[in-house]
Every structure is written in C-alpha cells, then in structure tokens.
Design a protein around this ligand. Structure first.
Ligand code: LLP
Length: 432
C-alpha cells in the first residue's frame, strides 16, 4: 500500500501520481518539480463542504488556510468549490484577488499586521479581519472610520489548550504569541473594547490550537472553552457571538506509522458538541467556521528530483544528493518532519539505506534521513518525495540563489503549469 491512494507503481516499475507517469512529467517539466493533484484537492475540500452542509446546513463555511499553498490557481479551485480563504499577508490577499476570489470571503489573519496591511485590506473590502491584539484593533478602527466603512471582525482568543504537536506549530496554549488569553481576563477586556468601536462590527471569536494535530478530543475541548467564554459574554455583556471559528489543524499521514484522521467523523463530533454546549448555556448557535490548510493540499502534492550523486562512505553513511533541498522543502530542517521517499523510475528487491540530501551549501541540508532506495541508485535517477503539497512551495526560499521549482497541476489526465520555474533572470529582477 502506498502512503496515499493517488500514488501507484505501474507494471514496468515506474511511479504514477494522479494517474500520470512521474518520470514522464519529470522529463517534460524538468526537476526539481512540484506536482499538485487537483482532483485530490477538490476531493479533500468536498469532505469539508459536504460535512459542513450535513451538520450545519447554510450556517457554516470552511475556509482554506492558504498559507499551506498559495498561488493563483489554487484560489480559483477553492472559489469554484465554494470555500472561503484564510490569508495572512498582502501577498496572499493580492494573489487571491488577482485570481478573482470574492473579497467578502477573504479572512485576514496575523499577529503582526502593519498599518499598510490594514490600509490595503480595508480598501480592498476584504470580508473579515481576525484581530490578534489591542493595537491592531485600534489601528483597524481608525482605518475603517477614515475610509467610512464598518469592518467586520473576529477576535482571536487563546483558549489555553495544548494539542500535543510540534512546539513550533502549537498556537493554543496561554503563553504563545498569538491572540489574547482568556485565563488572565485580557480576552474579556478585548471583547469589551472592540464592542465600543463604532467602525467595527464584532461578529465573533476565533481560536486555533495548532497544526498536524492527531489528538481525538482537543477540538471538542476547544469548543467547551470557547462556548464557556461565549456564555460569559452573553451573560455579562449581553453580547451574542454570531460566528465561531475554531481554526485548522487536522493531521495528515506522511509515513505509514502516522494515524489517519477521520475528518467527517471529527467534524460530526465537533458539531454535536457545539450544539449540546450552546443549548446547555442557552446561547444562540453561532455560524461555524474552520480553516484547514494541510489536510486540503498535503496529499495532493509530490516533489520530484533528479539524483546528482550518490556518496557511499563505507562503514559510515550513504547519501543520495538531489537537485533540490531545504530551499524547496525546509520541513525536516525545521521540524524534523518525516516523509515517504520513493524511487520514481524503478523498483528492486535490493535496497540500501541513505540520507536524502539537498544541494545547498550546508551539512544540515537534509530532506529526509534514513530512507530505503534501490542499492544501485545513481546519477540521473528520479526520486519522489510524497505528501509535499502543504508548506513546501509556500515555505520555499532562494537560498544559494536557487530558483524555486515550478508547480504543475495535474487534472483529469492532463498537466498544466500553475507556477512556472524561476529563472536566473527572475532572481536578479529586483536587484538594482
Ligand atoms: N489557522 C491558523 C490561524 C493557522 O495558524 C494555521 C496554521 C491554520 C489555520 C492551518 O492549519 P493546518 O490545517 O494547515 O494545520 N509550517 C508548518 C505549519 C505551520 C502552521 C501555521 N498555521 C509546517 O510546515 O508544518
């Protein structure tokens, strides 16, 4: 069994992704190469839109957290599927708008929004700000008043929940840099202040506890905490929260030992808990939002490389060095993330253990350590790293002045360039 069911090994030993030959795609587009399976993206989105419809009817909207992978064609797909988007910068908002994404379905996040960011987003009439802190609240209020509009907002609250995932992607505990904590009483004061600002309409609350989350109950915990707070706001301020966004974070499988998250079952359970809690507390059922990123695009992606050298140091270590590296996939370097790595050209019963190394000038440039590949792996062979659709292209850099790989979209047996390869001229385009 392959790590994802859109990957197959053909009878001649070549790897196929989304029904297409990986060596043939590598031949056509060159390497390194990001592949994106559009049909899989749509299938993943429909898991959310279908369950949201079933559990909440019209009173819910899933948002795609576009930090996971942001380029025009993905916003087009997301718009066609009827999802909203979560954005975190002018760059993401501009990309979405330039793809024709409806402004009113754009939600703008971030803990460090500048005056210029706020000005840009208000003037482009994006739907909602998710306000992270009191300074942003005040600046946004000034800007909305200056532009003569009433800006809809959600307030980001830190619920104090530990999702037990990588530390760098944990966001819900009290001591993180995001949002305003409830436990210290600051969140209550934040809501009070926001309600007094005439150019802002406080629609509701937001929280996000972390990413790559497998824990079975933390989203329900988060509902408990947030509805408790909603009850307090209702009782003490007479404020009924109209919208509740509980963030993203469902984990995906990178390697065989990773568990599988049953997303429909998780959504059903969260919806049931929300209904139960709002009834108990006698507060209105809010419009429900979630903002998954990884679980929409991760398994729709694959990265393909060509081997440059195979370094065998007898008694020590074997390396397969490829034509990409931490520039197109920094996730092992940053988080020690795991990946499934496959030879794209052939299969053999004879394997050796290698570290898959990149071409950047530092020893830490490892894409994945301790992987099994054919013992005769050699220069010119193609290597595929699976499940790279989330946080790979979006976190790519130009370190060593390497151009970023193209993103090729696979759909219904055809392939299309979604983002072209960066050329040396692109790399000097900004230099004066
Ligand atoms: N909402 C908020 C407020 C977020 O901060 C994030 C992710 C999401 C939604 C989407 O979470 P997802 O469904 O994708 O787990 N670069 C890291 C992941 C950072 C996640 C940041 N926030 C990685 O490569 O694993």
């Amino acid at each position: 069994m392959m790590i994802s069911d859109n990957i197959q090994r053909a009878a001649d030993g070549t790897l196929h992704f989304a029904g297409q030959s990986v060596p043939a795609l590598a031949q056509r587009y060159g390497t390194p190469l990001y592949l994106m399976d559009e049909d899989r993206i749509r299938r993943n989105i429909r898991l959310y839109t279908g369950m949201f419809q079933e559990c909440f009817g019209e009173k819910a909207l899933p948002l795609y957290a576009s930090k996971a992978a942001s380029f025009r064609q993905i916003y087009r797909i997301v718009a066609e599927e009827g999802m909203g988007v979560d954005t975190v910068s002018i760059g993401e908002i501009h990309t979405a708008l330039s793809a024709g994404f409806p402004a009113e379905k754009i939600f703008f996040h971030g803990d460090g929004k500048t005056d210029a960011d706020i000005q840009y987003a208000v003037s482009h009439r994006i739907g909602y700000f998710i306000v992270d802190n009191p300074e942003e609240l005040e600046q946004l209020s000034r800007e909305a008043a200056a532009q003569g509009i009433i800006q809809k907002i959600l307030l980001r609250i830190t619920p104090g929940i530990d999702p037990h995932t990588f530390k760098a992607v944990t966001t819900g505990t009290i001591d993180v840099k995001f949002g305003v904590p409830m436990e210290t009483g600051q969140a209550f004061a934040f809501v009070q202040e926001a309600l007094e600002l005439p150019a802002l309409k406080v629609c509701g609350l937001h929280c996000h506890i972390g990413s790559q989350v497998f824990d079975e109950t933390v989203f329900e915990d988060s509902i408990d905490v947030m509805t408790g707070f909603m009850g307090q706001l209702y009782k003490d301020l007479g404020f009924a929260v109209e919208m509740l966004n509980i963030g993203g974070g469902f984990g995906v499988r990178y390697v065989d030992t990773d568990r599988r998250v049953d997303i429909p079952a998780r959504i059903r359970s969260v919806a049931a808990r929300l209904k139960e809690r709002t009834e108990e507390l006698g507060i209105p059922m809010p419009f429900f939002l979630m903002e998954p990123g990884r679980s929409i695009v991760a398994d729709a992606g694959m990265t393909v490389y060509t081997v440059s050298s195979v370094k065998r140091i007898p008694g020590y270590k074997y390396y397969v060095v490829v034509d990409g590296g931490m520039t197109d996939n920094p996730r092992y370097c940053l988080y020690g993330a795991h990946y499934t790595v496959l030879h794209a050209d052939r299969e053999t019963p004879f394997y050796a253990v290698y570290d898959l190394a990149g071409r950047c000038c530092e020893s830490g440039d490892i894409i994945q350590p301790t992987i099994k590949l054919p013992d005769d792996t050699r220069r010119g062979d193609r290597i595929a790293v699976c499940t790279t659709g989330a946080y790979n292209y979006s976190m790519a850099s130009n370190y060593n002045r390497l151009g970023r790989p193209p993103v090729v979209r696979l759909s219904g047996g055809d392939s299309y360039i979604a983002v072209r390869r960066e050329t040396p001229e692109d790399l000097t385009a900004l230099d004066q």
